[in-house]
Design a protein around this ligand. Structure first.
Ligand SMILES: Nc1ncnc2c1ncn2[C@@H]1O[C@H](COP(=O)(O)OP(=O)(O)OP(=O)(O)O)[C@@H](O)[C@H]1O
Length: 273
């Protein structure tokens, strides 16, 4: 399935104020995402990344332009069909329902379970395996209300895994996770994309995570051109200064004949150890 956005732009209406509201993005959004591709969206706080994800999926209608699934305008497609294709994981938020973590994940199977049917043993098994794959199977019977924000985030990712989406959309999935859980999430996303040949859009504050995926990036910031392209070309010292106002060094490391790039903020180099 190919997801495309053509000439997308958006503004939040200012209630009754008649003045013309400027567009949130300096330029219209344009990209095409094929199976097996990962697009990382990077930009400072308030640049409009979450809004962009919502517009891309149709949760927030573009004020200009449109999103397309396999060439068909998303606005013309049934909601049920769209949500069978897209697995969306919003930013972590506290759940107020007393479901168990396992039940939360089983809900991800809803599109495969008949309206009047109960989840089968297979649904339960798949849900448990998804919890294992993100490293929190030990929390299966615990209530959603009694786990940490990061653990809940992992459970929401597991819930999306069991629904077998063709397009995975994640809004800052690593933001509440410790460094080991971040690794699990990054590897899980990359394996899913490769093995199931799905596509993925991820909002992230971690430029190095985008480099890890090594695929496409979209850079956005207030009053700056929106640019899209290859991670290795766009995530450089000049663009980090332009889009984030921070000086970084792009370092190259070689390990077992593989060369990796990493962006290191200059302030790390200013301290003497
Ligand atoms: N419902 C809303 N009504 C009006 N303005 C909004 C609304 N939601 C967000 N905004 C504003 O739109 C801008 C973009 O918000 P958005 O949440 O998309 O940014 P973001 O890049 O995801 O930020 P962050 O990195 O901090 O999560 C911000 O200035 C925000 O205050």
């Amino acid at each position: 399935m190919i997801l495309a956005v053509k000439d997308g732009n958006f503004y939040y209406s200012k209630g009754k104020i008649k003045e013309k509201t400027p567009f949130l993005y300096h330029d219209p959004i344009n990209f095409e995402l094929k199976p097996g591709e990962i697009l990382s969206i990077l930009g400072p706080n308030g640049a409009g990344k979450t809004t962009m994800l919502k517009c891309i999926m149709g949760l927030q209608p573009w004020k200009q332009g449109a999103s397309y699934l396999d060439g068909k305008p998303m606005s013309s497609l049934p909601q049920k069909f769209i949500w069978q294709q897209i697995g969306y994981i919003p930013q972590a938020s506290k759940m107020t329902f007393a479901y168990s973590i396992l039940d939360l994940v089983i809900m991800g199977r809803a599109i495969y379970i008949g309206a009047f049917s109960k989840p089968s043993d297979i649904d339960r098994k798949l849900a448990f395996e998804a919890l294992e794959s993100v490293g929190i199977a030990h929390l299966a019977e615990q209530s959603c209300n009694s786990v940490s924000g990061g653990e809940l985030q992992l459970a929401l990712i597991a819930r999306t895994l069991v629904s077998n989406p063709k397009i995975l959309v994640l809004d800052e999935p690593e933001s509440h996770l410790d460094i080991h859980k971040q690794k699990i999430i990054l590897e899980t996303i990359q394996n899913l994309v490769r093995e199931k040949n799905i596509s993925c859009i991820i909002n992230t504050h971690y430029a190095n995570h985008a480099i890890y995926f090594g695929d496409k990036v979209l850079l956005v910031a207030k009053n700056k051109p929106v640019i899209t392209g290859n991670v290795n070309e766009l995530l450089n010292e000049k663009n980090m200064l332009t889009y984030f106002g921070i000086e970084v060094k792009k370092l190259q490391m070689t390990n077992q004949n593989l060369t990796f790039s990493v962006l290191v903020p200059e302030y790390f180099g200013m301290k003497t150890i």
